[in-house]
Design a protein around this ligand. Structure first.
Ligand SMILES: Cc1cc2nc3c(=O)[nH]c(=O)nc-3n(C[C@H](O)[C@H](O)[C@H](O)COP(=O)(O)OP(=O)(O)OC[C@H]3O[C@@H](n4cnc5c(N)ncnc54)[C@H](O)[C@@H]3O)c2cc1C
Length: 487
């Protein structure tokens, strides 16, 4: 164990003799060099981008520490790593690159972190059937670069592209910035291979669709490590687009911007990027547009003739609702800066509490949910900013992404908890879903019963069947109480 580090949420750990014996046995399977209890390795894998972890880290504390880190390289090795842990009832947490935003990788009960980075091969690039079979530890940017070299795109660009893995995307039901054309990650999965807690390996078949009963591999999409480890996936790919069109507009208000999007989606138009910012975010991201109107950023790509037709319909629709055409340069600026999050680190160091809260609305409550959440967040003493944008849109509705920044003084954690209580209450009261793509992790678990009702208990039964000793990522996805955090 890393000594002298305060662990704020640790809810126990495994008897050291059991860990030592496990380490010896697992070393025989994956090699001593791929098993570590060095402090630096335990610290490197003990947390993610959950803002609370960052607040504690700046104070010299961590949420919890694992006791061992292992780096398997093949599905067979993952199977043995898990089977040995299952036999000894040792908790296991799958770890991608730790870019999760809700504390999903925090090893509440100690045990083993299974770091997936050595599983990073592209197994198959099938150009005829347009799919790729990729191992889950592969870094997102390397995945896309690999496809680009052969003339394809994976169509998945989360802002965390450079610091997340394919497995993390699947485990969290991630969304990329180009999701309106290519879909969220769950729309891209043809099949997945996974390993259950007891080491059982199974995979779905890489055929387009089936009518062969429920797809067990699909259950792992969004499972956040609580059912087992996803080891590889077959994902859809697309030939690199022939043409790209960039456009931007501003609207007098959010309502007209949302209505424009709803109408072109209804007409079957699917730009890759659709981003509508409230006036405050318009001013922050595009100062040259001022902070009185709402900017809409559009990127359309694909076959040239289709792009031209889509462009025309979007333009007609926007202008009909009073938009001002502000040209392509704002989209070019967004493309250049879209992975830059350095402002967040600077604010954190200045004592701010900063977080983003993404939820899913239908069209009928897209605006009211924004207004209700914004009012709720602004009502918490210390809040300086609560702004929003919509960046993933569907015929049925859109994802709303709220950014909140506050300077609450010393008691940052109480402020953080209050923010979320208010925001989630407003979201649920409006009938929106509590997350669109960041997932649940540790922190958002407390609202899972309200989100799912009886469904959470049913999912708990599935979890019990897949992981009878409860070793997989305990305390996450709202399964089980996390007393130390919720009180
Ligand atoms: C700056 C920033 C921007 C972000 N932008 C986006 C965005 O645009 N879109 C988006 O969707 N998300 C975004 N996120 C959130 C985060 O990047 C995603 O949730 C990402 O999918 C997590 O990937 P990871 O590999 O880092 O997973 P980790 O953080 O390591 O793990 C996340 C969860 O998945 C589990 N897990 C990881 N790998 C596996 C596996 N192979 N099998 C089973 N379970 C596994 C872990 O146990 C944990 O519960 C952002 C985060 C940051 C910090």
């Amino acid at each position: 164990m890393a000594k002298n580090i305060r662990t704020v949420l640790q809810e126990g750990c495994v008897n050291q003799a059991a860990i030592d014996q496990y380490a010896e046995e697992v070393s025989a399977v994956i090699g001593t060099e791929n098993v570590s209890s060095n402090h630096i390795d335990l610290l490197s894998t003990c947390r993610d981008y959950w803002p609370v972890s960052s607040i504690w880290m700046l104070e010299g504390a961590v949420p919890a520490l694992p006791q061992l880190v292992v780096w398997p390289q093949t599905t067979e090795e993952v199977s043995q790593v898990l089977a040995l842990a299952h036999e000894r009832r040792i908790p296991v947490v799958p770890y991608g690159e730790g870019s999760g935003a809700l504390g999903g990788v925090v090893p509440l009960k100690g045990g083993i972190m299974i770091d997936m980075k050595r599983m990073s091969r592209i197994r198959v690039l099938d150009q005829e059937n347009l799919f790729v079979t990729v191992e889950c530890g592969l870094n997102g940017a390397l995945y896309e670069e690999h496809l680009n070299r052969s003339g394809y795109t994976g169509g998945h660009f989360p802002q965390s592209l450079r610091c997340s893995t394919v497995g993390g995307w699947l485990a969290c039901r991630a969304a990329g910035q180009f999701s309106t054309r290519y879909g969220k990650i769950e729309d891209m999965v043809v099949a997945a291979e996974a390993v259950l807690a007891d080491g059982t390996v199974f995979s779905g078949r890489s055929v387009p669709r089936t009518s062969t009963g429920p797809r067990v591999d699909q259950l792992f999409i969004g499972s956040e490590g609580v059912l087992g480890v996803i080891t590889s996936a077959t994902l859809r790919i697309w030939p690199l687009p022939e043409k790209r069109h960039l456009a931007s507009y501003t609207f007098e208000n959010i309502k007209d911007g949302l209505e424009t999007i709803r109408l072109f989606m209804r007409a079957g138009i699917r730009p890759a990027v659709v981003r509508l910012y409230d006036a405050q975010e318009t001013g922050n991201h595009f100062p040259e547009l001022g902070d009185k109107r709402c900017a809409l950023i559009i990127l359309i790509e694909g076959a040239a003739k289709i792009v031209d037709a889509e462009k025309e319909i979007v333009e007609e629709q926007a202008l009909a609702l009073g938009a001002i055409d502000t040209g392509p340069e704002h989209v070019e600026h967004w493309l250049k800066t879209r992975f830059n999050i350095s402002a967040a680190s600077r604010l954190l160091q200045k004592g701010a509490v900063l977080d983003t809260i993404e939820v899913t609305t239908n069209w009928h409550n897209a605006l009211t949910t924004y207004l209700a959440m914004q009012e709720a967040l602004k009502g918490v003493a210390g809040t300086m900013l609560a702004s929003g944008h919509w960046s993933h849109v569907y015929p049925e509705g859109a994802a709303l992404y709220i950014t909140v920044v506050g300077f609450p003084g010393n008691d940052k954690i109480s402020y953080y908890k209050k923010l979320w209580q208010e925001a989630m209450a407003a979201c649920l009261a409006e009938g929106a879903a509590i997350s669109h793509h960041h997932g649940i992790g540790l922190h958002r678990g407390q609202w899972m019963a309200k989100e799912h009702g009886k469904g959470l208990e049913v999912f708990g039964r599935i979890k019990d069947a897949f992981d009878p000793h409860g070793i997989m990522n305990p305390g996450k996805l709202g399964l089980g109480e996390v007393e130390k955090w919720q009180k």
